[in-house]
Design a protein around this ligand. Structure first.
Ligand code: TYD
Length: 212
């Protein structure tokens, strides 16, 4: 059983993750690799139901601890059902958000603190960690503008506004500093092509010498 490669993408809402995930997927396919692509919260039948609860704007009475536990519940399910088995088969797994989102959103921006989040992340993942995490770093006003251009409807998390997104961004930048070997900050205000090349170069290096 060979070991796969676990890649995660992170950033504030509207940072351009989806585009870059698609670009990375094309790059991998050109190399003859078919990646497993998943997103959080969601990616499983149970997880998609939890996602609906989490993002529904009608649930504006949800407390921060309830929110934290629901994100972790969805994570536990996708880790055991999809991510871990795929990695054990030697696949490349790309996950749109993983436990760093919980550090940035619930731990930092919501103010629940690192230790609570660390403990629950460990329970949800049984210690599984990404091999590399790309944080697409962008100014919240620019991200808001992009979302407006795409005409996306606001969900419960996005409705928290720019000052909340600013705190989330701060949380991500702290993670980049704390885990420099794993978490890579990407300037997401640059051109899509430059960003895609930077990411492909890093992943290409990691793949060289591996069988995926
Ligand atoms: P989504 O529509 O998937 O946003 P995006 O396309 O920006 O990834 O919604 C997920 C929302 O949930 C997003 O606002 C980030 C938030 N979130 C957390 O607050 N904590 C978490 O642990 C995760 C995984 C996501």
């Amino acid at each position: 059983m060979s070991e796969g490669l676990f890649i995660t993408f992170e950033g504030i809402d509207g940072c351009g993750k989806s585009t870059q995930i698609r670009r990375l997927c094309s790059y991998l396919e050109e190399r003859g690799i078919s990646p497993v692509m998943v997103r959080e919260p969601g990616g499983t039948v149970v997880g998609e139901k939890i996602r609906e609860i989490l993002l529904d704007k009608k649930n504006d009475g949800m407390g921060p601890v309830c929110e934290l536990l629901l994100f972790e519940a969805a994570r536990a399910q996708i880790t055991e059902e999809v991510i871990r088995p795929s990695l054990e088969e030697g696949r490349v797994v790309i996950c749109d958000r993983f436990f760093d989102s919980t550090f940035a959103y619930q731990g930092h921006a919501r103010g629940l603190g690192d230790s609570k989040v660390s403990g629950l992340n460990l329970v949800a993942t049984s210690g599984l960690s990404p091999d590399v995490t790309f944080v697409l770093d962008i100014d919240p006003y620019e991200a808001l503008e992009r979302r407006g251009i795409r005409g996306e409807a606001e969900d419960r998390m996005e409705a928290l506004g720019v000052s909340f997104q600013d705190k989330v961004r701060e949380g991500y930048l702290m993670l980049c500093e704390r885990f420099p070997d794993r978490v890579v900050r990407i300037d997401a205000s640059g051109s899509r092509e430059d960003i895609a090349s930077e990411i492909a170069a890093k992943v290409g290096k990691m793949l060289d010498g591996r069988i995926c």
